[in-house]
Design a protein around this ligand. Structure first.
Ligand code: PLP
Length: 419
């Protein structure tokens, strides 16, 4: 028997676990660059950019045409981790565009497609190589929501969800957690040096250079260099989770480059494929490649369609410094606009680095109201931080100056109207 067809909007099948679609109620149909269009034809400037998954904007024409020709020529869509020309080309592009120009020596591990799976792999490898359990992770960190990564995530609402212990991680204080005058790197070094501090010898120090989910807390270059030294002093590996802050979001491709440090392990995901197709990798120093075959496996280790678009992204945007310089120029425009807005909101603070920027409004209700008012006026953005009181801007890095300024003007008006 055929059931009568129901209009799509009345079918309430989707789980309560959904998030973004609760506040952003539109149904989105098409997108191009920094513009996203809903099914009623309303156009929005996208300062969410798939939470930094769309650093090159929506549907870059070179990436989509490479994808269409790959599919129409019968290219392999799925091949487990069998070799394909697409995979080999991707490895070539990682070597030519990322590693070689920076003098970096890493091997590439393909993990499952999500960021959290790649973080799991990084932690697992650090423990295996060092034969230690303890991982140091930081206040306000976000590393994903599967058990191993969740243990390193700080946020209580995520941590409470599984109702199981989340062992193997010791919490340390991120840069600036106790204000500008307290050196939390020195504090960690002291705790790890003290045989009676209760801190077990760490397998790894796992950090984000900018805690994007945690409220756009940007670590200083000095703190990051100090963390490199702390890791070395205590026989720990330094893992940089560059899932959200990497792929050019802070200017350079890797967010740690400005600090002049070389992590032992780097985790990449989000904008790696260039168009939002799921793809995650772990970059690991060659001597750490002590994996046995299939030891961290997964059916979707390597997404051939994502390889095709990633190669275009790497060749197109990372053959020279043009995009990096552009990000820094746009970062100055955003910072100037945010400084002006913050001057009108008592206690507001501009936070972040590169084009991962925002304003701590100091009031979650008002931050949410600002985001809603922006949406009503045609700008999509989100809130972040432990209390969701940070209005967070992640525009595509490739956004035009004109569109960037139009989005910032909407934000300024929304801040005024919610006062
Ligand atoms: N690490 C960081 C820094 C992230 O920002 C995220 C996601 O936002 C993750 C890990 C988890 O990635 P995924 O949501 O793809 O599992």
């Amino acid at each position: 028997m055929n059931s009568p067809a129901l209009p799509l909007a009345t079918i309430n099948l989707e789980s309560e676990v959904r998030t973004y679609s609760r506040r952003i109620s539109a149904t989105f149909a098409t997108a191009e660059g920094a513009t996203i269009v809903d099914t009623d034809g309303n156009r929005y400037i996208d300062f969410l950019a798939g939470c930094s998954t769309l650093n090159y904007g929506h549907n870059d024409p070179d990436m989509t045409s490479a994808l269409i020709s790959y599919i129409s020529s019968g290219g392999i869509t799925h091949g487990l981790d069998l070799q394909t020309p697409a995979r080999n080309e991707f490895l070539r592009a990682i070597h030519d565009r990322l590693l070689c120009p920076r003098g970096l020596e890493y091997r590439v591990q393909f993990t499952g497609p999500t960021g959290t799976n790649a973080v799991e792999a990084a932690i697992k490898l650090a423990r295996k190589v060092t034969k230690r359990t303890n991982v140091i992770a930081f206040t306000n960190a976000f590393h994903g929501v599967t058990s191993g990564a969740l243990a390193a995530t700080g946020n209580q609402s995520h941590r409470m969800a599984p109702f199981v212990p989340l062992p193997g991680v010791t919490r340390a204080l991120f840069d600036g957690y106790l204000g500008p005058d307290i050196d939390t790197a020195l504090l960690l070094d002291r705790l790890l040096s003290d045989q009676s501090s209760g801190y077990d010898a760490p397998a790894a120090i796992l950090l984000e250079t900018v805690q994007c989910e945690g409220g756009l807390n940007a670590a200083s270059a000095n703190w990051l260099s100090a963390m490199r030294r702390v890791a070395d002093n205590h026989g720990a590996l330094l893992i940089v989770d560059d899932i959200q802050a990497g792929c050019g979001r802070t200017g350079k491709f890797f967010s740690f480059e400005d600090a002049g440090i070389v992590p032992d392990i780097v985790v990449l995901s989000k904008s790696l494929s260039g168009v939002g197709l799921p793809l995650s990798i772990v970059l690991l120093a060659p001597e750490l490649d002590q994996w046995s075959p299939g030891e961290h496996n997964g059916t979707f280790r390597g997404n051939n369609l994502a390889f095709v678009t990633a190669v275009v992204a790497l060749d197109k945007f990372w053959s020279d410094d043009a995009l990096s310089n552009d990000v820094l120029a746009k970062s100055r425009i955003i910072t100037a606009a945010l400084d002006q807005i913050a001057a009108c909101v008592p206690g507001a603070v501009v936070k972040g680095r590169g084009m991962a920027l925002g304003i701590e409004i100091g009031d979650a209700g008002r931050a949410g109201a600002i985001a809603s008012s922006c949406f009503a006026a045609g700008l999509i953005l989100e809130t972040a931080g432990p209390d969701d009181s940070v209005v967070k801007l992640l525009p595509p890095l490739t956004i035009s100056t004109e569109q960037l300024e139009a989005g910032l003007a909407i934000l300024a008006r929304s801040v005024e109207t919610t006062a």
